[in-house]
Design a protein around this ligand. Sequence first.
Ligand code: ADP
Ligand code: MG
Length: 348
Amino acid sequence: MSEINLGIIGGGQLGSLLCNAAKKLNIKTIIFSDDIESPAKNFSDEFIFGDYKDKNKITEFVNKVDIITYEFENIPFETLNELNKIKTVLPKPSINRLIQHRLAEKDFINKLNIRTTRYVSIEKKSDLDTLEDFMPGILKTTTMGYDGKGQFPIRDIKEINSINIDFSKDYILEKLVKLKKEISVIITRFGNNKYEIYEPIENIHENQILKQSKIPADISENISVQSKNWAIQIAEELKYIGTLCVEFFIDRNENLYVNEIAPRVHNSGHLTINAYNISQFENHIRAICSLEKIAIKKLFNAKMINLIGNEIVPYRQNLKLNNNEFFFDYLKKEIKDKRKMGHLTILN
Ligand code: ADP
Ligand code: MG
């Protein structure tokens, strides 16, 4: 088989881990990122730095690759659409456009008769005035948010005046769910009713940032079945190709809600690298490159801990690991508060 050149837009840790998986499959990776310090350039075969709207850079990138994917949502639709006219972009640009917009995403999910949190569109400050019954709530920018960025928890409408919110942006207001637990389901779809699905992963967030993930999730059989069925339904409806993650809330009355969809590999799935025969990253590449679909098998139960900010330091100083522990350093130059610097996976 001739060599495949895989183009990846975005240069974060998800891109890095995709590059590692590609290497295993003898696939060459070319990262295109608007961050000159992209951690993924340490893992890819080639790196192109440029603005996502820079026509010359887009042309340079597209000429080097056979197929294109992306590792985060916040890429201009026009860029993905232009690229897709020349080389196949997967997941389809239209899917990314839908999911990168929190309102469109939630409308789509509700049309499938799948439960989400209660939500309402906020276009100007006065829209909030009459929304007492959405309190306590959480105000989120409709686009460009991640890791809790662009989110404002609000306990009481009266608080609004004391919070510095830029109302030139569009928002969604969600009623806060009284959380019992959060889980995610990762599915890789290869074609019509052809997919591999990982068991639900239990997630713990701190300050809206993922801190820990583990399998098995401590959930009922009902929730397990329903979450997987909803993930399958979403993937089929989108005619999705590649790896997709659905994030769920479980409330104190055992109701399941879809929180959001990630049209990509996901942080909660990092443990699939060590706990399964085929990781979410390898499966993504297998699906988009039309390689063989291999049945996934769990090898170990596992826990993944995100190393945020300074937590990376002791691990970088050669902390001794047990042979069931795996440390990943994303090689980000600057340690920042709330920045995901690496992770640790512990098998058992
Ligand atoms: P991001 O795109 O930053 O991941 P999310 O919408 O997934 O944004 O929110 C991040 C985290 O914040 C969630 O995983 C959850 O812990 C908390 N959160 C967000 N929205 C709600 C909500 N409506 N009710 C309860 N918790 C929420
Ligand atoms: Mg999320």
